[in-house]
Design a protein around this ligand. Structure first.
Ligand SMILES: Nc1nc2c(ncn2[C@@H]2O[C@H](COP(=O)(O)OP(=O)(O)OP(=O)(O)O)[C@@H](O)[C@H]2O)c(=O)[nH]1
Ligand SMILES: [Mg+2]
Length: 442
């Protein structure tokens, strides 16, 4: 998800962690790299210079705190400065009832409205959606379609096509709902028309939150848009969409932070589940290739991964049935690349994209193969003889090589997990020490 920005930083940290010595020259080198990455990701120049200056001061002019090596200290300072640049942890939207989503054409408002509804439903709340966009012709169909997909009530009025009466009616109609999310129309710019419309709608809706949607690919221009909208529509929070597939995401986040508007959520893809609460600390840790266990565990919970099954795998005592359940859950959690980036240490390894794609394909094959096995074979793969391999291949429509490949992958995983010493081993290592210095709980 983090294109240039993330890759650049992960490489920089890797260099820092694996370099033989870290001295003044090495730190200067890191700062040079860092400046380049920040510029390339469209972070504004004054801010870039300020950050570099700050790191320079803390790492080279001041004493290294006792108990830390220069290497650890530099990492820690980089982490802290990036978190500062990317904002504070926003307050949750708990207890907020009327949310109005605003932004320019195609910024991702309507998609975000659906993502927000899904997010609140996951928390056991009952949201309703209101379509206030009568400017773009097919807008009402789009939001109705979203509502259908989510099983959420949607109110639009095709006859009147008047956003003001629709807003008014919806307030009464959905008075008993936990949250009402209003989707407004966009324009090419925040012109007089749009400003007037948003002002009138605000007066009717009296929103608890006005959420401005800004696409990450705008980079630092985000700052200007955020300021304009804030002046006219009283923005209380920002949602940055399209974080996937742009090198400018860092610039957009930094620019939004400069305006003082808090980024509350980020959108990381077109699907409704590609959405997360923004947490700068976690975000930067992922950015630096240090992983993000908290988000990973949340995603795992969402995908309903059974704890026992994870533990059996970690202990190296799992069956093919567990293996299949993991494949299914993993699929629910999102693209492999995104998940890998959240695992501490793995983000740093930089696994080639096509390798991950291949692995995703393979997992699909494995699932079909396991489904063609008998129960005793899944529980105890050791009994799978050549004759059984032939039968399973035929039954699944896959080749005998696919079956062998699965068995060898299964055995290999088991071996690796055993050698790591299970969950406890994973938590014991060097990484834990480093993470604790960063204030992460592991
Ligand atoms: N890759 C990616 N695409 C997104 C994301 N959010 C929205 N989109 C896409 O952006 C396009 C526009 O999204 P909409 O939600 O219709 O945008 P909008 O702001 O409601 O557009 P208007 O109502 O026309 O102003 C769609 O193709 C979405 O799938 C995101 O986080 N990542
Ligand atoms: Mg829309």
């Amino acid at each position: 998800m983090l294109e240039g920005f993330g890759k650049g930083f992960a490489n920089l940290v890797k260099k820092l962690v694996t370099g033989t010595t870290v001295d003044k020259t090495a730190v200067e080198e890191v700062l040079k790299d860092m400046k380049r990455i920040l510029m390339e990701s469209d972070v504004n120049i004054q801010l870039t210079d300020k950050i570099i200056e700050e790191i320079n001061k803390k790492c080279l002019k001041e004493d290294v705190p006792s108990g830390l090596t220069l290497r650890e200290h530099v990492l820690k300072v980089i982490y802290e400065e990036l978190v500062k640049m990317l904002g504070e942890k926003p307050a949750e939207l708990l207890g907020k009832k009327r949310l109005m989503v605003v932004g320019l054409f195609g910024s991702g408002k309507t998609t975000t409205v659906g993502k927000l509804a899904r997010y609140f439903m996951k928390q056991g709340l009952k949201p309703a959606l209101v379509g206030l966009d009568y400017y773009r012709p097919a807008a009402t169909q789009q939001i109705q379609q979203l509502g259908k997909q989510l099983g959420v009530s949607v109110y639009v009025d095709e006859k009147s096509r008047d956003p003001y009466t629709v807003a008014q009616t919806a307030l009464t109609k959905y008075a008993n709902y936990d949250i009402i999310i209003f989707d407004t129309s966009g324009r090419n710019a925040l012109d007089k028309d749009l400003a007037e419309e948003l002002k009138r709608l605000s007066e009717i809706v009296k929103p608890d939150e006005v959420l401005l949607v800004l696409p990450a690919d705008l980079g630092k221009i985000v700052e200007k848009q955020a300021e304009e909208f804030h002046k006219l529509a009283g923005v209380t929070g920002v949602i940055i969409t399209k974080m996937d597939g742009t090198a400018k995401a860092g610039g957009a986040l930094a620019a939004a932070n400069v305006t003082g508007a808090k980024v509350k959520f980020i959108g990381t893809g077109e699907k409704l589940e590609d959405f997360e609460l923004y947490n700068p600390g976690r975000f930067v840790s992922r950015l630096l290739g240090l992983g993000d266990l908290e988000t990973l565990l949340e995603k795992a919970k969402e995908a309903d991964i059974k704890k026992e099954s994870v533990e059996r795998i970690a202990e190296g005592k799992f069956t093919l049935q567990d293996f299949m359940e993991q494949i299914e859950s993993l699929n629910k959690m999102g693209p492999l690349q995104q998940i890998m980036g959240m695992i501490p240490g793995v983000g740093m390894m930089k696994i080639p994209e096509d390798m991950l794609k291949k692995q995703e394909e393979k997992m699909k094959t494995y699932k079909v193969v396991i489904q063609s096995m008998r129960k005793d074979e899944r529980e105890n793969p050791d009994i799978i003889s050549a004759a059984r391999i032939a039968r399973i291949a035929k039954g699944s429509g896959k080749t005998e090589n696919d079956v062998r490949d699965l068995l060898s992958q299964y055995n290999q995983t088991k071996k690796v997990m055993r050698s790591l010493g299970g969950m406890k081993g994973l938590q014991r290592g060097e990484f834990k020490k480093l993470s604790q210095q960063f204030g992460f709980k592991l």
